[in-house]
Structures are given as structure tokens and as C-alpha cells.
Design a protein around this ligand. Structure first.
Ligand code: GLU
Length: 299
């Protein structure tokens, strides 16, 4: 892993974390930024045979997450666990299953392209990985949410910020994005960009920094995290030009699991835990805490 500069970005978060940790007896992973005091149910009760009962009885869960997206899902080199808004959502869900982040949550790296296969093959129990809800994805996996809404934007080198100001400036320009993402499809299908598809966004950042490509396009929330790490060199430009509704992936057809995830996130939105989690993570990249979105019904 790279991004040693993340330390600066998370210095503020560390302060919030240490304040939030006062009187925190909920445990939590070491070295991963236990930023919010997340309740862990002592005796959760679920319908027999349900996925929730199975996970709760096993006392462990495997959650697919990104680990190279500051503010969302990011693992510092040498840290035991990742940190970010998606990670907090994972802890909130695990907590309602009675599972604490003390090694009982396996954080498994997913990249954009393997999120559906990981769910279909049972490699992970759920996916929380900047995972936009789409009709096509909902044909093969379940997606509960949205727990956050962002939109596609552009990241450019500082010196290009007046030249490339929005998607209409992309014709013939080398634009990096990630295989299996909505961002790549939008850049390819809707704008005349010269697409450079890679496996992860951090690889695209490398290519942007060394001028192999001129633009990185994906969700604004992801780009703001990279820009915050390198404010003198990288800049997010233009208005969002898509709507990305982040959902939590689960096994297709598991409606009980969908209801459980939806209720858990809705409760966290209602009691302030969701906003606390946002402020301690994405809020540190300069994103204002939004209104909580309305969750979809489970069908
Ligand atoms: N949210 C978009 C997607 O799910 C882009 C970010 C990503 O690839 O994780 O495709």
C-alpha cells in the first residue's frame, strides 16, 4: 500500500477518534481508527435459519470493502483494520448481529470488478465498498440502501484545472477509471473520452500524478479523499454528473437480510450514529454531512 501522506489527512480524524473514544468500552480493532462508539447487541434474537441468526451464532462476519479509498475504505500500511465511512457502516451492522470489531469482523479487500462475484460465490457475507445501486447489479446481487448519495466528478492535476472543468472537456483526453465501475461505463458511453481502464482508483491516481493520464473520473466522495491527500497537486473539478447511490450488497433474494440491513442503517440515521460516522470519516476530507437519504424498500 502507498499513501503515506494519509497520516496528515487523518491527523484531524485521530483527534476526533481520541475524543470519541473517551468512555468508549466497545472495544474495536487496533490501529484501524475506531472512530465512533458503536453499540454491540448482547443478546440479539433472529428468526431461526436466517442469515442473521447464522452470522450471529458464528460470531463472525466477512465484509468486502475497499482499502485504497481515503475516507471511505482505507487501510494504512501496517494497520490491522481499515477505516472510513464504509467501514463504520460495517461495524454498525456487525454490532447489531452481536459481533464486535475485535478480530471477529474479517475485512476482505474487494475491487470494483469482483464485488458481484464475491457475493455470488460466498467469498464475503456482505459488500460495503462505494457500491452504487444499479438495476443491472440488482439482477445478480441484493443491494440494500442507499446509505449515501454522491455523484461522478473529475480529478485533474492542479495546472489543468482551468482547462478541464467538466465532462464536456473530455473528448480525446486520456481518462482513467476502474473496470467494473459505473464511472468507467459513464465516461466511455456518454463522453468521447479516451478511456484507460485499470483495476483500482489508487492505480489511476499514480497515473494521474505521473501524467500518463490527464483525468481520473469516479465518485466525488472518492476523489475528494485523494485530493485531500495531495491538495497542492490534485483538484476535483466541475459539478457531479451522475447520481451514485451507495448500497450494501448481500446475497440475491435474501429479503430478511435486506430488511435487517435497512432497519439497522435507518436506526443509525435516526439516532445520530450515521452522522457521527460520516463526520469522523468523509467529513475529514471536506465533505459536508448531507441529509440522510431515503432508503429503498426491500422487495
Ligand atoms: N460507485 C461507483 C461504482 O460502484 C464507482 C466507485 C467504485 O467503483 O467503487 O461503480
Amino acid at each position: 500500500m502507498r499513501y503515506p501522506k494519509t497520516k496528515a489527512l487523518f491527523a484531524g480524524a485521530a483527534l476526533v477518534m481520541s475524543l470519541a473514544a473517551c468512555g468508549d468500552d466497545s472495544g474495536g480493532g487496533s490501529g484501524g481508527g475506531d472512530s465512533v462508539d458503536i453499540p454491540v447487541e448482547e443478546n440479539p434474537d433472529f428468526p431461526e435459519g436466517s442469515t442473521m441468526a447464522e452470522l450471529s451464532e458464528a460470531g463472525k462476519i466477512t465484509i468486502g470493502v475497499k482499502i485504497d479509498q481515503p475516507g471511505i475504505g482505507f487501510q494504512e500500511p501496517g494497520a490491522d483494520t481499515p477505516e472510513g465511512f464504509d467501514i463504520e457502516m460495517g461495524r454498525i451492522i456487525a454490532g447489531q448481529l452481536g459481533i464486535e470489531d475485535d478480530g471477529s469482523i474479517e475485512w476482505k479487500e474487494t475491487i470494483s470488478d469482483n464485488r458481484e462475484p464475491f457475493l455470488e460465490e460466498g467469498e464475503v457475507d456482505i459488500v460495503i465498498a462505494s457500491y452504487s445501486i444499479t438495476d443491472d447489479r440488482r439482477k445478480v446481487v441484493g443491494q440494500a440502501g442507499p446509505y449515501y448519495v454522491t455523484g461522478q466528478q473529475l480529478l485533474v492535476r492542479e495546472e489543468d484545472k482551468d482547462k478541464i472543468t467538466g465532462p464536456d472537456d473530455l473528448a480525446g483526453v486520456k481518462v482513467c477509471s476502474v473496470e467494473g465501475s459505473t464511472s468507467l461505463a459513464t465516461a466511455q458511453d456518454e463522453f468521447g473520452a479516451d478511456p484507460v481502464p485499470l483495476g483500482t482508483y489508487s492505480e489511476c491516481v499514480d497515473q494521474l500524478e505521473n501524467s500518463t493520464v490527464d483525468v481520473l473520473t469516479t465518485d466525488g466522495a472518492i476523489l475528494l479523499g485523494y485530493a485531500a491527500e495531495n491538495p497542492d497537486e490534485l483538484e476535483v473539478v466541475g459539478e457531479p454528473f451522475s447520481e451514485e447511490r451507495y448500497g450494501i450488497g448481500y446475497q440475491l433474494g435474501d429479503t430478511e437480510m435486506c430488511e435487517f440491513i435497512t432497519t439497522t442503517i435507518q436506526d443509525a440515521m435516526d439516532d445520530g450514529l450515521w452522522a457521527d460516522a460520516f463526520e469522523a470519516t468523509l467529513g475529514e476530507s471536506g465533505v459536508e454531512t448531507p441529509e440522510s437519504p431515503e432508503m429503498d424498500e426491500c422487495l
